[in-house]
Design a protein around this ligand. Structure first.
Ligand SMILES: Cc1ncc(C[n+]2csc(CCOP(=O)(O)OP(=O)(O)O)c2C)c(N)n1
Ligand SMILES: [Mg+2]
Length: 341
């Protein structure tokens, strides 16, 4: 018997968090799906079909687990450009996502008007994001304020990078949410870089979570490659919000596995050893080995998931590509107010 067999982990710890075996497997499958859609869109970008790609690879565990407690068609998401897996939890299908990236005429985000990575879909309570980083954080606080004014039971979750956390409006948004105890969850996906600028050149105190104390609500740092740690923090944050106790700031420490975008080459500013080491921080094999260690993920199930996900993205991209291009005559729609529209 190998030494490995004796070091089996007896307990994953998910049941203590209220998650079933089916829940954690569904989380894992969704991580595979988000990654498959992401990887396919890089290929489509290289083939000249998509203008550029800004990827969520490495952020999947944090995104899926922090959005997992959110209630479909009740809570809201104000995402950022890496939020591919969060958008899937909220309801966007692989076909919706690829269609939006291809800027097809009937895409659910904007009818072909938004840029790649600008997730949004009114039908799934996902606010369309703006390109100036951090503006979505104000939108989330506004949604939470609106719900409070109307007496509605709504929680707004917004996500952003640690570089973005230094924008002025982030402080205004968080302070306002703290003063009024608004039902918001701030998720900072800290991947250690703002394009090429490393953390110690952007965040004075090195901790984003620590700032929450100044706004009067809890700030927690979690391992963003561990879906259970992220889920535990988000579950607690959601419960706090619905009890009327106000916001929470979750700083999920993740690793950006790709360059900033398809227009960037991280080998120009990251040490080759650091780039090589990224594979050790990929949340997908990390979670797979934990699920396998407790006997939940068998080789057969892993193969089944991968085959299903591959078929899903193949079908989704085929259908998305076949959709109609936008009608040029409609280019000015939704730029100006329209009568009856
Ligand atoms: C207000 C504003 N300034 C600069 C940019 C250019 N820009 C786009 S992404 C980005 C880096 C943001 O880094 P971070 O918040 O850490 O998110 P990450 O991309 O690492 O997930 C910058 C500077 C922008 N879009 N908006
Ligand atoms: Mg960053």
């Amino acid at each position: 018997m190998s030494a490995m067999a004796n070091t089996k982990v007896a307990e994953l710890g998910h049941k203590a968090l209220g998650l079933t075996d089916a829940d954690v497997l569904a989380m894992y499958r969704q991580m595979l799906l988000a990654r498959a859609v992401d990887e396919r869109m890089w290929l489509m970008q290289r083939a000249g079909k998509i203008a550029f790609i800004i990827s969520g690879q490495g952020h999947e565990a944090a995104q899926i687990a922090t959005t997992w407690p959110m209630r479909p068609n009740q809570d809201w998401l104000a995402p950022y450009y890496r939020s591919i897996a969060s958008a899937i939890t909220f309801g966007m299908s692989p076909e919706d996502i690829v269609t939006a990236h291809l800027a097809k005429g009937d895409d659910v985000s904007s009818g072909g008007r938004q840029m790649p990575g600008h997730y949004g879909a009114a039908r799934y309570n996902i606010v369309s994001l703006s390109s100036p980083v951090g503006t979505q954080v104000l939108h989330a606080v506004g949604i939470a304020m609106g719900a409070w004014v109307k007496g509605e039971d709504v929680v707004a979750l917004t996500s952003f990078g640690e570089g973005t956390s230094n924008q002025g409006e982030i402080h205004e948004a968080m302070n306002f949410a703290g003063v009024h105890k608004l039902p918001v969850i701030f998720v900072c996906e800290n991947n250690g870089y703002a394009i090429s600028v490393p953390l110690d050149q952007q965040v004075g105190g090195l901790s984003v979570a620590a700032r929450a104390q100044g706004y009067g609500f809890p700030g927690v740092t979690v391992d963003g490659t561990d879906p259970l740690a992220c889920y535990a923090a988000a579950r607690e944050a959601h419960d706090r919000a619905t009890r009327g106790e106000g916001p929470t700031l979750i700083e999920a420490v993740v690793h950006r596995l790709t360059s900033h975008s398809s227009d960037d080459d991280q080998r120009r500013y990251r040490d080759p050893a650091e780039v090589e080491d990224l594979k050790q921080h990929d949340p997908i094999p990390l979670f797979a080995s934990r699920l396998a260690a407790v006997g939940l993920l068998t080789t057969e199930l892993e193969e089944q998931y991968r085959a299903e996900v591959k078929a899903e993205i193949n079908e989704a991209s085929k259908r998305a590509e076949a959709r109609p291009e936008p009608d040029v005559a409609t280019a000015e729609r939704w730029v100006y107010a329209e009568e009856g529209g």
